[in-house]
Structure formats: structure tokens, C-alpha cells
Design a protein around this ligand. Structure first.
Ligand code: NI
Length: 167
């Protein structure tokens, strides 16, 4: 198994919709193992393939109940609302209060190509929606309100270029 470097904000792969997985083989199994190892090393509760530079529709997760993965997911249900201080391994060490549906359901397949339904509330629901967004080339910043998003983007760009704004 291997730990991959995690791509961070500014890397175009994070803004690119990922392609469906079409080949279910040993290489896919190894990729899932490597993604889990990378996620645990970070550490994080979820990791999508684009975050290690692979523009494929799959993610791994562990919200405390053991490791799992999902391939080619579709969002088939969501409801309610829940605010949570959300973070992302690709926007390291920053958290924003973001309101999203509390419940979410994704349907996809596993490494064998067998149908899988994942659903849950709160942390599980949040992880599912967050990882699904990654597969569509969307970072959590796009879930912020307009003003918060502008401030966050300015802050991230300044950090990236080492520019500090006069007080
Ligand atoms: Ni993320």
C-alpha cells in the first residue's frame, strides 16, 4: 500500500468533474487500499480520487464505523438541514460552518461492481455529500454563502501567494 500526496486548493483536478469507473480489476482494488491508507494517514473521514489526482468517480471513507468505499455514486435522496463546521483535506486546516441537508443517500457500486446504498444523518450524511461534490469538481467553498465564499477565496489566494493585506 502507498500514501499519496493530497492535492490542494488551486489544483485544477479538484475543479474537474471525474469520469465513471469502467474497469473493475485488481488495480482498482489496490487504488482503494491506497486511498484508505492516504485518508487514515492525513487523517480524514473521507477521500475522493480527484484529491490524489485521479479523476475517477470513487471515494473512500470511515466515519468511525470502519472503512468503506463507493464507486460511480448518484445522490438519490437528501432532506432536512444541518449546520456543521466542515473541513476538507484539500483545503487544509480550515473549517467553515456550512448548512446542508442532514440526511443523504448515495447509490453506486462496490469494487466488485455490486450495487451499494449508503445513507445517513449528520456526519455520515455530510461526508456523503462532501465526497459526492468532489466527484463533480466541487469544493466545500462553493457551499458557502456569497460573502463568506469571497472572503475565504481571498484568504486562500493570499496564503498561496504569501501576500498579506494591510490592516
Ligand atoms: Ni474534501
Amino acid at each position: 500500500m502507498a500514501v499519496f500526496p493530497i492535492r490542494v486548493f488551486g489544483d485544477p483536478v479538484l475543479n474537474t468533474p471525474a469520469q465513471p469507473v469502467e474497469t473493475f480489476d485488481d488495480a482498482l482494488r489496490r487504488l482503494i487500499d491506497d486511498m484508505l491508507e492516504t485518508m487514515y494517514a492525513a487523517p480524514g473521514v473521507g477521500l475522493a480520487a480527484p484529491q490524489i489526482g485521479i479523476s475517477k468517480r470513487l471515494f473512500v471513507y470511515d466515519v468511525g464505523d470502519g472503512p468503506g468505499h463507493l464507486i460511480n455514486p448518484e445522490l438519490t435522496d437528501s432532506s432536512g438541514e444541518w449546520e456543521f463546521d466542515e473541513g476538507c483535506l484539500s483545503v487544509p486546516e480550515r473549517f467553515w460552518p456550512i448548512a446542508r441537508p442532514g440526511f443523504a443517500r448515495l447509490e453506486g457500486v462496490d469494487v466488485e461492481g455490486e450495487p451499494v446504498v449508503l445513507e445517513g444523518e449528520e456526519l455520515m450524511g455530510r461526508m456523503l455529500q462532501h465526497e459526492f461534490d468532489h466527484l463533480n469538481g466541487m469544493l466545500l467553498l462553493e457551499r458557502l454563502g456569497k460573502r463568506e465564499r469571497k472572503a475565504a477565496l481571498r484568504e486562500l489566494r493570499e496564503a498561496a501567494f504569501g501576500i498579506s493585506r494591510p490592516e
